[in-house]
Write a new protein. Structure first.
Length: 146
């Protein structure tokens, strides 16, 4: 059996870059994701979710499964809403590990609910951004072409 890490390095020809630490400016376009490890799911944000999965898999020594990756215009806002919605099933992993506070206990139905909720939230956030953009453009055009 081939080593999956070796395959990854062969594909990229070098190890992927370590993900950036979270910062206040994450209220920008990017991806929200759901990764699953057994009966736990992690809801998070990243500009490069597959690279994030790779590093989290190494840190937690687990083979995290991708359950959802969705583009959104405001990844921090979407992540906060997801954490708020599912706060009853919140679970703390080993303290000190990267992202240890963003895990939730799940069963198959909750995973499905999380996926649907993430898709709907991202759709809603993207729609609101589109409406705001159109309204600003309309206002700008009405002022410019009076």
């Amino acid at each position: 059996m081939r080593n999956p890490k070796a395959t990854l390095f062969l594909r990229h020809q070098r190890p992927p870059k370590k993900p950036k630490p979270k910062r206040k400016s994450d209220y920008v376009p990017g991806f929200n994701y759901i990764f699953q490890d057994g009966d736990l799911c992690k809801v998070g944000l990243s500009e490069r979710p597959k690279t994030r999965r790779y590093f989290l898999s190494q840190e937690y020594e687990a083979n995290l499964q991708i359950r959802a990756i969705v583009f959104t215009m405001n990844m921090r806002l979407t992540e906060k809403m997801m954490h708020r919605i599912f706060e009853r099933s919140h679970y703390l992993r080993t303290k000190g590990l990267d992202g240890y506070t963003e895990w939730f206990q799940v069963n198959p139905w909750r995973v499905l609910r999380m996926q649907v909720t993430l898709f709907l939230l991202c759709w809603l956030v993207n729609f609101v951004y589109l409406v705001i953009t159109v309204l600003v453009l309309m206002l700008f055009c009405s002022l410019l072409f009076r």
